[in-house]
Design a protein around this ligand. Structure first.
Ligand code: GLN
Length: 486
């Protein structure tokens, strides 16, 4: 079997048995990236020489009897808003184009402890704002299934690198769907954990109450293993969950779904959902039923407001978080400005792209005195209603299911002039972030124009085990093959 088409857990077995070297795996992936990435553009930073050096180090460690863990020697791409010490981190923005991280994010420390192999930093929408990866200062990413289409966003680089066999796995961030939505459009698996399960230390904040790091893989097992590798309590993140006094529902593979209660919220089957997507989702629900799950349509009325609430809360938090990029402490500075205020203004006007500037303006407006009560406070109240609707649903159902994205991959440029349509791309994923619950997207079928469709599985807070159970069963029934056009 060709090395680049293998999953992390398959490569792991070969490395463990010493049947293959990390260096061989690295070379195969470097060759693939060199051949395909000029068309895909999934990487912002990629240094083949350093990758080979690191792979050799890992091989020396293994030959001396070092422990081979799940990700030892496995090539992984990392979204470019996650700090890796001494490596450039741009957030796909001009304002950070020359910035080098001075420390490792906690997720990177955890992967380093396993001796993973960093392949490079993956392209994204600037500061993770977008649904198509077209808001990158480093150019758009192309969908490996059709190079004229978007890979989804904002983690377009991570998703496309995994779908094009350039990387085995990837880490992305999900604030309103940025892992699940590109996973759906690229035909790979993407998982957003419960808020607080994975440390955000060393991840550039977009909307801190919504951001969560999670894995991409070409199957469910790789995503579960990668999630296990990066999750856990971290003192350096004050919102990180300490599980000491909480019950952790551990998932063991092979658990079936007999008797599992599955809710299908009608608010996620909105009119924007394309008819082919809908048909594929209904088909997938039938597979759950065939495997012994009880299916019932349900309603979470407040979900209707989720998109509006998100587009107040996320920009509000972003406007505050992004104030640190002022030309003084990080990255780009306008050198010709006269005086401090002009320096701030010119640096930020030239350093940030249009979508980021728009979010900062919307957020600043929503937080300003006189408007705060009408927008931000109101949005927070509705967020509570959404959380309560989910709580109520999960008192009855083990999982909720529906589409990940209302459509398959759209054409490059198609939604750039229609913001509302762009924002609607996340209508099915955003409620999950507002409630802080875990959710996965798995590929469930192809449209008539041969584009992947994603199926979303959501569960209650800390019940990732239920998500994984259902995902595994579906995966074993859906014979999914990734067939990039490149
Ligand atoms: N597309 C959404 C946005 O633009 C979500 C982004 C994300 O999850 N990072 O805000």
């Amino acid at each position: 079997m060709e090395l680049i088409s293998m999953k992390a857990h398959e490569l792991h077995e070969l490395i463990k048995k010493k049947e293959i070297k990390a260096e061989d795996i690295a070379r195969a992936h470097i060759e693939r990236i060199e051949e395909t990435d000029r068309n895909i553009n999934a990487f912002i930073t990629f240094k083949p020489g350093e990758i080979i050096e690191n792979a050799k180090k890992i091989d020396r460690y293994i030959s001396k009897g070092g422990v081979v863990r799940d990700f030892t020697g496995i090539p992984i791409s990392i979204k470019d808003n996650i700090c890796v010490k001494d490596i450039r981190m741009t957030c796909a923005s001009k304002i950070l184009a020359d910035y080098t991280s001075i420390y490792d994010a906690t997720v990177i420390k955890k992967l380093n402890a396993q001796n993973y192999l960093l392949l490079g930093k993956a392209n994204m929408d600037e500061f993770a704002m977008g649904s198509s990866n077209e808001n990158s200062a480093f150019g758009p990413v192309k969908n490996p299934w059709d190079l004229e289409r978007v890979p989804g966003g904002s983690s377009g680089g991570p998703a496309a690198s995994v779908a094009s066999f350039e990387a085995v796995c990837s880490l992305g961030s999900d604030t309103g769907g940025s892992i699940r939505m590109p996973a759906a459009l690229c035909g790979v698996v993407g998982f957003k954990p419960t808020y607080g399960r994975v440390s955000r230390y060393g991840v550039v904040a977009f909307a801190s109450s919504l951001d969560q790091i999670g894995p991409f893989g070409r199957d469910v097992t790789d995503c579960i293993n990668l999630y296990n590798a990066i999750s856990g309590h971290d003192e350096l993140d004050s919102t990180s969950l300490d599980m000491k006094d909480k019950k952790d529902h551990e998932y063991k593979s092979g658990q079936g779904i007999k008797g599992m209660k599955v809710g299908v919220p009608k608010e996620l089957m909105v009119k924007e959902v394309d008819s082919e997507v809908k048909a594929s989702i209904l088909n997938t629900i039938k597979i759950l039923e065939k495997n012994g799950a009880d299916i019932e349509e349900t309603t979470l009325p407040s979900l209707e407001y989720a998109l509006s609430v998100y587009y107040i809360i996320a920009p509000s938090e972003a406007s505050s978080n992004l104030s640190r990029f002022d030309g003084v402490r990080y990255g780009y500075r306008d050198k010709d400005a006269q005086g401090l205020r002009e320096m701030y203004r010119k640096t930020r006007a030239a350093g940030f792209g249009p979508e980021v500037r728009r979010r900062i303006m919307i957020g600043t407006y929503c937080l300003s005195s006189g408007y705060y009560d009408a927008y931000y406070e109101k949005a927070q109240k509705i967020r509570t209603l959404i959380i309560n609707d989910f709580k109520k649903a999960f008192s009855k159902f083990d999982i909720l299911v529906g589409p990940t994205s209302p459509t398959t991959a759209f054409r490059l440029g198609e939604r750039m002039d229609d913001l509302l349509l762009m924002y609607l791309s996340d209508i099915c994923t955003i409620p999950v972030n507002l409630a802080g619950i875990p959710a996965i997207s798995i590929p469930c079928g192809l449209s008539s124009d041969k584009l992947p469709i994603g199926f979303q599985i959501m569960a209650d807070t800390l019940r990732e085990d239920n998500v994984f159970k259902a995902a595994h069963v579906l995966e074993s029934e859906i014979n999914w093959k990734i067939t990039p056009k490149i």
